[in-house]
Every structure is written in structure tokens, then in C-alpha cells.
Design a protein around this ligand. Sequence first.
Ligand SMILES: [Zn+2]
Length: 92
Amino acid sequence: MTGWKHGTPSGAQMHYRMGEKPCEACRAAKNEYNRKKNHLRRLVHRCISIPEGVLVELYLNATPEAQEHLEAVIDLPTLDRMVAAHDEKESA
Ligand SMILES: [Zn+2]
């Protein structure tokens, strides 16, 4: 079988489709993929509502790591728009 890459989540999928256990590289890639997906899902499914201004302030004062988490769950144009609106209010 050619045309599929080992060491990727879709590689693992191909192993399953062929009725075999994924090789070590594919298994590791799949585990890592699931770990990230579950992590994000947990973040996304525990939802609360907070005012945009408060969120932006938290974002701007957050550690780079925490900012990355936020950027993973909010699309960047939305985040940019909120930050811009926040800056405008600050300078007004
Ligand atoms: Zn493989």
C-alpha cells in the first residue's frame, strides 16, 4: 500500500482500514492527536459567558501559554476585533 504517510493520525486510520494494528509511529501520532483534541474539547465544552472587555483584559495580561490556549478556541479575527475595540476604548 502506497500513498499514505506513517507517523500521522490519518496513517493510523489507514492501518485500521487495512484491518491491522497501527505501527508505533502512527500509534504515537494518533495518541497525540487525540490528546490535543480532547484537551480542546474540554476547554470548549465548559462554557461561561463573560463580557468581551474582561476577556480582552485577561488575554492581554495572560502568559504566552495562556494566550495560545485562547487563540486555539477563539478565531483570530474575532480576537483581533475585540482587542482593537478594547484599545479604542482605552485611548478614548
Ligand atoms: Zn504506520
